[in-house]
Design a binder for this molecule. Structure first.
Ligand code: AMP
Length: 467
C-alpha cells in the first residue's frame, strides 16, 4: 500500500494498513502507535492468534481493531465475520464507538449487542449482515440460541477483558459461544491479569499465540497511587479532604456495593458536589445519562461500583478514589486504570481500614511493589499494621496532600506552587475536613468491617509478617 507523503504524518504508516483505515486513524486523531499497538498489529495482520496482557487505557482496542478491519477489507463479503466480546455494556459500547471511528471510511458495518435494552433494534441491524458484532456474552448467546445471530462465518474472535468475563461468571457462556464458531479462525484475547482460569482458556483457545505483555498488571507509570489508612466511619471526611485538593479536577469514586454507590452519590450531592452515581440498579438510559453527564463535565464526581464502571473510558479523570477496596487485587489495576489513561497523569487513592490488611498484602504481591502510604492529620488511622509505614509529612494544606512516594513523582508537576483554579471540582460550599479530629456522627451508619472472604487472592498460609 502506498501512502502519499502528505498523508504519511502518522507513525501508523509502518503497518501497511489500507488507505481507508489510515484515514480512520487520522480521523481518530491518533498520531503514533501505542506500545500495545506496535507489538500487536503486525501479528494480527499476519493472521496470528494474539494474547495481549494489557489493561484498559493502553490503546488495546485499536490494537485488535486495526488488524481485524484490515483483514476484513481483503475479501469483502457479508457478516458477521468478526465477533468481539466484552464483559459490560459500557465496554462494548466503547469498543463499538472506536471501531466505528476507525472504520469510518471503509464501508464496514458493525452492530453492538447487549442486554437491558430492546432486542428488536439489534435483530433488525443483524438482518443487514454487518461484518462486525461487538457484544456482551449474555445477549450474544441469547440471540445465538434463538437463531437470530449466525456465527458460522466468523473469521476473527476477540475476547476483551477476559479476566472480568471470568470474574463475572461469563466463562460458561463464552465457551458455548465459542462452540458455535468455525474451527478455523483467528483469536485475539486481551486481559489485564492472568488468573488460572483465564490461562486455561487461553491455552485451549489460542494457537501458537503471539504474546504481548505490557508492564505486567502493574499500574500505568503515569499513576501516582497511595493507600490512606482510615477508620471506616471517617472515610467521608477523608474523601472530602482528597476532593478538596487543588489537583483534583474530576474523580471516579468506587464503592463496594450498589447501595453504597447510590447513597454516597446522594450524600456528595447534598454536600454541594456535582456528583452522580453509576450502579447496576439503574436503567440503561439512566446509566447513559450519568456517563454522558460525567464525560461532558456536568458532573465532576462519578460514584460507581466495579461492575458498572468496568471498561469505561473517560479521558482526563484526575483521581480514582477507592472508597472501599476492590474485591480482588486484580480489580485494583482495572479500577486505577480509569485514571492515568492515554499517558495523562492520574492519582489513585485507596482507603484502607484495619480489616483490609490481607487485601493490601495480596495486592502488593500482585503488582510486585509497595503502594506508598499517605497520612492525613486527624483522619489517618494510627495503625501500625503497615510495617514500612513512614510518616511522609502530614498534608495540612490543599495541594500538599501527596508526599513523594516511590512509585513516581509527577506530583511535582501538579503541585509546583501553581494554584490551579480552573476546572477544579465545583461545589457550593467546600467542606473543610482537613485536620479535624472529632467524630461528629456524620459517618455512614451501615459501614461495618467486611468479611475476609472478599480477598480472593489472599493466601492464608502466607509467612509474611503482619504489616
Ligand atoms: P483503550 O485502551 O483501547 O481503551 O484506549 C484508551 C484510549 O486511548 C482511547 O480513548 C483511545 O481512543 C485512545 N488511543 C488509542 N490508541 C491511541 C493512539 N495511538 N494515539 C492516541 N490515542 C489513542
Amino acid at each position: 500500500m502506498t501512502v502519499s507523503a502528505s498523508k504519511s504524518s502518522t507513525g501508523f504508516d509502518r503497518f501497511g494498513l489500507k488507505d481507508s483505515l489510515m484515514r480512520g486513524i487520522r480521523h481518530a486523531g491518533f498520531e503514533s502507535p501505542r506500545e500495545i499497538q506496535l507489538e500487536t498489529i503486525p501479528a494480527g495482520l499476519a493472521g496470528r492468534d494474539v494474547l495481549g496482557l494489557a489493561q484498559t487505557g493502553t490503546g488495546k482496542t485499536a490494537a485488535f481493531a486495526l488488524p481485524l478491519l484490515d483483514r476484513l477489507l481483503d475479501t469483502p463479503r457479508k457478516g458477521p465475520r468478526a465477533l468481539v466480546i466484552a464483559p459490560t455494556r459500557e465496554l462494548a459500547t466503547q469498543i463499538a464507538a472506536e471501531v466505528r471511528t476507525l472504520s469510518k471510511y471503509t464501508g464496514l458495518k458493525s452492530v453492538t449487542i447487549y442486554g437491558g435494552v430492546s432486542i428488536q433494534g439489534q435483530v433488525n441491524t443483524l438482518r443487514r449482515r454487518p461484518e462486525i458484532v461487538v457484544g456482551c456474552p449474555g445477549r450474544v448467546l441469547d440471540l445465538l440460541q434463538r437463531r437470530l445471530l449466525r456465527l458460522d462465518q466468523v473469521e476473527t474472535l476477540v475476547l476483551d477483558e477476559a479476566d472480568h468475563m471470568f470474574d463475572m461468571g461469563f466463562l460458561p457462556d463464552i465457551r458455548r459461544i465459542i462452540s458455535a464458531l468455525p474451527k478455523h479462525r483467528q483469536n485475539l484475547l486481551f486481559s489485564a491479569t492472568m488468573p488460572k482460569d483465564i490461562r486455561r482458556l487461553a491455552d485451549e483457545l489460542l494457537n501458537d499465540p503471539h504474546v504481548v505483555e505490557l508492564a505486567n498488571a502493574a499500574p500505568a507509570g503515569t499513576i501516582d497511587h497511595a493507600l490512606y489508612l482510615v477508620a471506616e466511619q471517617r472515610k467521608r471526611d477523608l474523601l472530602e479532604h482528597v476532593l478538596a485538593g487543588d489537583d483534583c479536577d474530576s474523580a471516579i469514586v468506587f464503592t463496594r456495593t450498589k447501595h453504597r454507590a447510590k447513597r454516597l452519590a446522594n450524600q456528595l450531592t447534598k454536600a454541594g458536589h456535582r456528583a452522580v452515581g453509576l450502579q447496576g440498579n439503574m436503567s440503561q438510559s439512566q446509566r447513559d445519562r450519568a456517563m454522558q453527564g460525567f464525560r461532558s463535565r456536568s458532573y465532576d464526581i462519578l460514584v460507581a461500583t466495579d461492575i458498572a464502571a468496568r471498561g469505561i473510558d473517560v479521558s482526563g479523570v484526575s483521581h480514582v478514589i477507592n472508597f472501599d477496596v476492590p474485591n480482588t487485587p486484580e480489580a485494583y489495576t482495572h479500577r486505577i486504570g480509569r485514571t492515568g489513561r492515554a499517558e495523562l497523569e492520574g492519582v489513585a487513592c485507596t482507603f484502607v481500614t484495619s480489616s483490609d490488611r490481607a487485601w493490601v498484602r495480596s495486592t502488593e504481591d500482585m503488582i510486585g511493589s509497595k503502594i506508598p502510604r499517605r497520612e492525613v492529620e486527624g483522619l489517618s488511622l494510627d495503625a501500625g499494621f503497615v510495617s514500612d509505614h513512614r510518616r511522609q509529612g502530614t498534608p495540612r494544606n490543599k495541594g500538599q496532600s501527596r508526599g513523594k512516594g516511590p512509585s513516581r513523582s509527577n506530583a511535582q508537576a501538579r503541585t509546583n506552587g501553581k494554584s490551579r483554579n480552573n476546572g477544579k471540582l465545583r461545589r457550593d460550599d467546600r467542606p473543610q475536613s482537613t485536620g479535624r479530629t472529632r467524630g461528629d456522627g456524620r459517618q455512614d451508619g451501615e459501614e461495618q468491617p467486611r468479611s475476609r472472604r472478599r480477598n480472593a487472592g489472599f493466601r492464608p498460609g502466607s509467612q509474611r509478617r503482619t504489616r
